[in-house]
Design a protein around this ligand. Structure first.
Ligand code: UD1
Ligand code: UDP
Length: 377
């Protein structure tokens, strides 16, 4: 009788987790004789998660459908903890995979621990060691790390962070970041792929302007931070050679200030969040990117696109060391100054636009699956 050796449950809930876990789902699916794989989404995000599921053709086995408009962290954490209990009892996995630093990851790891199930953490060991920044992600990551049995660290720096905290070296595997696997999958697919969003972006004839791509959503930037950011974009857009394209995150705390301050400016395009293929296509066409996103900081070095990061610190120092990423905080004058320097000083621009791959070679998912294959042998 068919008896798969290991039962694997991969859990995620938000857009970036879905992008970064998709290559791992695909890799486990290659070996149905060895793994009984099930995918669970908490749906901490809904529309932005479904965009990714659809592009990577992933149909979840379990969907907790938890997202509520303007949700709060306590309710979300409680809902995930209770929802995951039922799924863990139903499937009884040998390994639960969580990713990164979201509330989905932290609460799922805790639910797995209560169920005495082994936890595997993908993108483990990133740290700022500042519990307020990123909020609540730094603490989500530390809690998840304490619970984790097998840590998949993307880089040697993240592995060192875990070792410093006393993690047993035998339980850490350096894999690269699966975000690069996803980016390569998307770029490969883009060779024969064009959806409505890409058609629309192509219709804008982007070569006529210097395109600045903007994203932002960090909780610690809500309020004054976002107002400063929007005021900076308004000043940068006074240069009519520039076209700012800003797919606005669906969080109401982001939508409100962005629309209030930036609606109606002819060279600022406020659009809905893009699907992953259109967004990765657009990154490649951008002159530079202004963002507070974690994932974009990892993708841009691989594409050689300069990134100004609207944060004071980062748990991703590799891209700063590589020179593609610069931290500019959320002060209006600083963002404007750094953007103008990239727009006008070719030397500054060239120094930041060299392609590097500090986050891996696109084979991270296969390293993770190999490590699981070796457990117990
Ligand atoms: C979450 C993660 C953050 C991650 C980010 C990626 C936590 C605490 N935060 O932040 O680490 O970097 O996702 O984007 O885990 N919304 C929708 N539709 C969607 C998605 C969001 O309408 O598809 C709106 C809803 O009103 C929702 C709100 O955004 O309540 C906030 O979503 P939430 O996941 O709590 O926070 P994010 O800021 O998205
Ligand atoms: N992304 C996307 N569409 C968008 C904006 C971003 O597909 O409109 C992708 C981006 O390429 C990256 C990920 O979403 O892989 C980053 O997600 P986000 O910034 O929401 O979260 P973070 O990485 O900061 O946790």
């Amino acid at each position: 009788m068919f008896n798969p050796e290991k039962k694997i449950l991969i859990v995620f809930g938000t857009r970036p987790e879905a992008i970064k876990m998709a290559p791992l789902v695909k890799e486990f699916q290659k070996y149905p004789e060895r793994y009984n794989l099930k995918v669970c989404v908490t749906a901490q995000h809904r529309e932005m998660l479904d965009q990714v599921l659809s592009f990577f053709d992933i149909v979840p086995d379990y969907d907790l459908n938890l997202m509520r408009p303007g949700q709060n962290l306590s309710q979300l954490t409680a809902d995930i903890l209770l929802g995951m209990k039922g799924i863990l009892e139903d499937f009884c996995p040998d390994f639960v995979f969580v990713h990164g630093d979201t509330t989905t990851s932290m609460a799922t790891a805790l639910a797995a621990f209560y169920n005495q199930t082994k936890v595997c953490h993908v993108e483990a060991g990133l740290r700022t060691f500042n519990k307020h920044s990123p909020f609540p992600e730094e603490i989500n990551r530390q809690i998840t790390g304490r619970i984790t049995d097998l840590h998949f660290a993307p880089t040697s720096k993240s592995s060192e962070n875990l070792l410093k905290e006393g993690t047993n070296a035998e339980n850490i595997v350096i894999t690269g970041n699966t975000v690069i696997d996803a980016l390569f999958l998307a770029q490969d697919k883009l060779k024969n792929y064009e959806d409505d969003e890409i058609k629309y972006l192509k219709s804008l004839e982007l070569t006529q302007n210097k395109v600045i791509l903007v994203t932002g959503h960090r909780r610690e930037n809500f309020g004054e931070g976002f107002i400063n950011i929007c005021n900076a974009l308004k000043i940068i857009a006074e240069d009519k050679d520039v076209l700012i394209i800003y797919p606005v995150h669906l969080n109401p705390n982001v939508q409100k200030p962005v629309k209030e301050i930036l609606d109606g400016i002819d060279n600022i395009l406020l659009i809905d969040p893009l699907g992953y293929p259109a967004f990765s296509w657009l990154m490649g066409k951008s002159y530079f990117i202004i963002t507070d996103s974690g994932g974009v900081q990892e993708e841009a070095p691989s594409l050689g696109i300069p990134v100004l990061v609207m944060r004071d610190n980062t748990e991703r120092p590799e891209a700063v060391d590589a020179g593609t990423v610069k931290l500019v905080g959320t002060n209006t004058e600083t963002i404007v100054r750094e953007a103008k320097s990239l727009l006008t000083d070719k030397e500054v621009y060239d120094a930041m636009s060299l392609a590097h791959n500090p986050y891996g070679d696109g084979l991270s998912a296969s390293r993770i699956v190999k490590a699981i294959n070796n457990v117990g042998e």
